[in-house]
Design a binder for this molecule. Sequence first.
Ligand code: SPV
Ligand code: MG
Length: 290
Amino acid sequence: MTAGRRLRDNIAREGLAHAMAAHNPLSARLAERAGFHAIWASGFELSAAYGVPDASLLSMSQHLDMTRAIAEQVSIPVIADIDTGYGNAINVMHVVGAYGRAGVGAIVMEDKIFPKDTSLLAGGRQELVRLEEFKGKVEAACAARPDRDMLVIARTEALIAGAGMAEALQRAHAYAAAGADLILVHSKQKTPAEVLDFAARWDGSRKIALVPTAYPELTEADMKATGKIGLVIYGNHAIRAAVTAMQEVFARIRRDGGIAEADRRIVPVETIFELQGVPAMKQAEAKYLR
Ligand code: SPV
Ligand code: MG
């Protein structure tokens, strides 16, 4: 079954699919084992992992290489964050083909101008592309996907850009008409009121996707209850969890002048061996090394 088919089935069967962000195959594997339906190959997380702002600074190939490496190491679908599509509709065709061949089940493309700034940054540059231009990019993405199951998720940043609810709805309708399979509506409001208002006004012709970073109290049960939200993306919890854990352990080692106490607080090396697939390698050694 294709990755896109699996994601479509998750949404149809569960009502709501959940995706966890990852910035490398190891974090993706942990998300898979925790039970998430899908992996979000997040531009924000990968940018942070490289130590740079999420502002169109990484190249497409940097993100594509990591996304491919993730897709190779998990069996759940990968949803690729392709930002603004790295250019115009022609660039989008090239990009969507490449991500599709890398094995992703879905791409998310946002209606901002390249180079973009990250959405949740206070005072960030948030400029929308013309609606017609983005419709062309959505149509191009749909035409270029290497298999029909791959989902094209159109993301409107109208609320992030302060363009208002009417603009967000108009864009969502236009992107659905252009062939988008889901509409991601992003919001940086500290409560879910804005996205719930959007959901209430939305005609439901396509399921909505949310990234609830800014309004974390909205639960999956609340989302399901709307009957209109089909996908939740936890956008940055892998990198934030990693930073929390590293800060704590690094500080402990400096405080203690040694690793004895820190050692009790972190997984043993054997856990990493297992996550790396060492047991499978040992089996292959026994079988083939002669
Ligand atoms: C990402 O994780 O890269 C996203 C979500 O696009 S956000 O950072 O909230 O824009
Ligand atoms: Mg992103």
